[in-house]
Design a protein around this ligand. Structure first.
Ligand code: URP
Ligand code: ZN
Ligand code: ZN
Length: 459
């Protein structure tokens, strides 16, 4: 099967030009002006932006968490991602404390294999680093194609590891060419503040926010940067939200260190005033939403090259699940749905409002994650021999986000009624049209597990 995409405005992280793209099978075989080829299908992209499929390296599908499961499974979640222009996601396997990494991977494979509509990969979350776990690291990197290891400095008593384990894991991961991801907030401080607020009868969603002040994130980010610097292990801070945490990363750069930083779309455009609403539980996530000044810091950080990735931390729960914490904020399952909305919101609020360029948009929505996590140049760009993961985007079409029209398996939207300018019209994944005019053309099982390469490219 061959496809010719004609006269689109091709945008990559570095270029912007009008040309044709010829796709044979799953990959791009030629790019040029007025290509003289015969194709099985021709798509006229005149007037459209033609960009690499999005890469969202932070999603939680069908994940057991806080006494329930995230409400999007691998089918609904990856399909919603495709509707929103994201062709590859990276999800998290969670080790059960006391069990092996391999046991967790088997469990996650049972839920995901043959169930994905879009492409996917895994990070391995290490919640119990010991002599046995240590022996498994090399196998994950060299055989499973899982080259990044997630750590939690918070969720005390459930997922958190201590600094002793962190240093040991960093040394092992570095030795074999992997990377450490971190949820960097101070779990002990948060644990104390949650208990304090509860003992004072302060139980509303606002106290979720007040239990995780900026200092808890700034302190842990600084500690992580120091430990990564000491061990020399490549590091990546997930869902960074605030000025204090970004300044900890900035300080590392003064010592010629580099730690990669991800923020999420919600931290760029929503703020903590939402926690005062009756339905504030919809935005209970960790870290919590912050202040306007933090949004400004994050947009600036993107343009300064300190923040390389805009992800989602997609972790949806139905409203009924959120109500598990109606009398106690600490029981509200933490997480927010955005897998389908990330690209359109980032374009509308970022590019359209003049905060980032089109090239920067492609860089943070696709290219950098593909590079950092060992998938570039198969994923994350439009180039000869790359996978034909491509979105055709109408930069002018206006529409309104709503739970009544989205494809995520969640009965509310964190962006209900939000007007966006810019719409994903057509999506190709490995040379196949998977989305066209609000219709999904493939079934579960089309999505492929992506084994990732060893070394995080320096960007
Ligand atoms: O609130 C969040 N972020 N839920 C998902 C788990 C995590 O910490 O990433
Ligand atoms: Zn987290
Ligand atoms: Zn997460």
């Amino acid at each position: 099967m061959s496809i010719l995409i004609k006269k689109g405005n091709i945008i990559t992280a570095t270029d912007n030009y009008v040309a044709d793209i010829f796709i044979e099978g799953e990959t791009i075989s030629a790019i040029g002006k007025n290509l003289n080829v015969t194709a099985d299908e021709v798509i006229d992209a005149t007037g459209k932006l033609v960009m690499p499929g999005g890469v969202d390296p932070h999603v939680h599908l069908d994940m057991p968490f806080m006494g329930t499961y995230s409400s999007d499974n691998y089918e609904t979640g990856t399909r919603a991602a495709l509707f929103g222009g994201t062709t590859t996601v990276i999800d998290f396997v969670l080790q059960k404390q006391g069990n092996s990494l391999q046991a967790a991977l088997q469990e996650w494979k049972e839920r995901s294999t043959n169930n994905c509509v879009g492409d996917y990969s895994f990070h391995m979350a290490v919640t119990d680093f010991n002599d046995e776990t240590k022996k498994e690291i090399r196998h994950f990197i060299e055989q499973e194609g899982i080259t990044s290891f997630k750590t939690f400095m918070a969720y005390k008593g459930a997922l958190m590891i201590d600094d002793r384990q962190m240093i040991g894991l960093m040394e092992e991961v570095k030795k074999h060419g992997g990377l450490i991801n971190v949820h960097a907030t101070n779990g002990d401080m948060i644990d104390y503040l949650i208990a304090k607020h509860k003992s004072e009868g302060k139980l509303s969603p606002l106290y979720h926010y007040l239990s995780q002040p900026e200092v808890t994130e700034a302190e842990a980010s600084e500690r992580f940067v120091e430990m990564a610097g000491y061990t020399g292990c490549p590091g990546y801070i997930v869902h960074l939200t605030c000025e204090g945490a970004l300044n900890a990363v900035r300080n590392g750069t003064y010592r010629n260190q580099k730690v990669f930083v991800e923020t999420c779309i919600q931290y760029l455009i929503l703020d903590a005033s939402l926690y005062e609403r009756e339905d504030g539980a919809k935005w209970v996530m960790s870290p919590p939403l912050r202040e306007k000044k933090d949004q400004a810091t994050l947009w600036a950080g993107i343009n300064q090259g300190l923040v390389q990735v805009v992800a989602t931390d997609h972790c949806p729960f139905m409203w009924q699940q959120k109500l598990m914490g109606k009398d106690d904020f600490s029981k509200i399952p933490n997480g927010h749905p955005a897998i389908e909305n990330r690209i359109e919101l980032l374009f509308s609020e970022g590019v359209n409002k003049g905060k980032i360029t089109l090239n920067k948009f492609v860089e943070v929505a696709s290219t950098n994650a593909a590079k950092i996590f060992g998938m570039f140049p198969k994923k994350g760009t439009i180039a000869v021999d790359s996978d034909a993961d491509i979105i055709l985007f109408d930069a002018n079409e206006k529409h309104t986000l709503s739970a009544s029209t989205h494809h995520m398996n969640v009965d509310y939207s964190g962006y209900e009624g939000w007007e966006v300018t810019g719409k994903v019209k057509t999506v190709l994944l490995r040379g196949k049209v998977v989305i066209n005019n609000d219709e999904c053309k493939v079934e579960k099982g089309y999505g492929r597990f992506i084994k990732r390469n060893k070394v995080a490219q320096i960007i």
